[in-house]
Design a protein around this ligand. Structure first.
Ligand SMILES: C[S@@+](CC[C@H](N)C(=O)[O-])C[C@H]1O[C@@H](n2cnc3c(N)ncnc32)[C@H](O)[C@@H]1O
Length: 283
């Protein structure tokens, strides 16, 4: 099961290696991505099943598609390159576009609503928390002063004005963290991840594998914490003399440290540079 089928790159490689009788189920929140994936996966037998949805519901979606259990779950988190590169989707500060940032274009919450309606304090908190941005308070102040903002360039310009030139990061655009924070909020990415990981444990067969690729430190930290917790028999607070939680390990971690892309891969695909892959086996 590929919970983030995107353009079908991983899905194709997985589908080509399935054991006889195996079948791939691919999910994505984005209609446009699914259309591309459908073409990319054409001709594979048996044809992969593709469904639009959020991987937070992956166990339910698997059952609805006729799978009681699956032997593998892949989550390749975040946005895809075509989503980032299409100015009309509003993910990029490099090109001007509407403040959208929804992966699922039927979802009600847009970046425009977040940027223009959130109280300054909440906006600052969200940029600080999800963007790990130390200039969050000033950014929120500048954004609120410039409301209503309508485009990605206007948001990027507000951030550029808020962060003192001397404090601009050397390797990334000053608006990178703000855009990332708003995108994660609009799509409730940490909420989906938390529920998706639980769903994966629920639907994986014994010996089945969960593989997660994260590009963001908060996401990777959430995956690491989940795998650590699920690979322990007891999750009572340390120092408690008798176990009262009754928790039993559901996973065995296969990657003590996350796998990182090689320098050659980063050369070939610079967007892979922050990727961290973690894997676990259902016990
Ligand atoms: C990094 S891309 C995946 C690329 C894919 N592995 C490939 O080989 O082309 C992430 C994809 O996951 C989708 N996505 C992100 N969060 C999702 C979620 N919670 N539920 C379903 N799809 C999601 C995005 O729409 C995007 O298409």
């Amino acid at each position: 099961m590929d919970g983030t089928v995107g353009l079908g790159g991983h899905a194709r490689l997985i589908a080509e290696r399935l054991a006889p009788g195996g079948r791939l189920l691919g999910i994505d929140r984005d209609d446009a991505a699914l259309e591309v994936a459908r073409e990319r996966l054409a001709g594979i037998e048996p044809p992969p099943l593709l469904r639009r949805g959020d991987f937070r519901d992956l166990a339910e979606m698997a059952r609805a598609a006729g799978f009681d259990h699956v032997d593998g779950v892949l989550l390749d988190l975040g946005v895809s390159s075509p989503q980032l590169d299409d100015p009309g989707r509003g993910f990029s500060f490099r090109q001007d576009g509407p403040l959208d940032m929804r992966m699922d274009r039927r979802a009600p919450l847009t970046a425009e609503r977040v940027v223009n309606t959130l109280p300054e304090r909440e906006l600052a908190d969200l940029v600080r928390r999800l963007g790990e941005e130390r200039w969050a308070a000033r950014i929120a102040q500048f954004v609120v002063r410039r409301r209503p903002l309508a485009s990605t360039r206007e948001l990027a310009a507000a951030v550029e004005a808020a962060v003192p030139r001397a404090a601009w990061p050397r390797d990334i655009h000053p608006a990178t963290r703000t855009f990332q924070a708003i995108r994660m909020h609009v799509n409730d990415e940490l909420g989906s991840l938390e529920r998706g990981l639980r769903g994966a444990v629920e639907i994986l067969s014994t010996g089945g594998r969960l593989v997660v690729i994260a590009f963001h430190s908060l996401e990777d930290a959430a995956v690491k914490r989940f795998l650590a917790e699920e690979s322990r028999d007891c999750v009572c607070p340390p120092g408690q003399p008798v176990c009262t939680c009754g928790h039993r390990a559901t996973l065995r971690v296969l990657t003590r440290r996350p796998l990182r892309p090689s320098p050659e891969e980063v050369d070939r695909n610079p967007r892979s540079r922050s990727a961290r892959l973690r894997a676990a086996e259902r016990v």
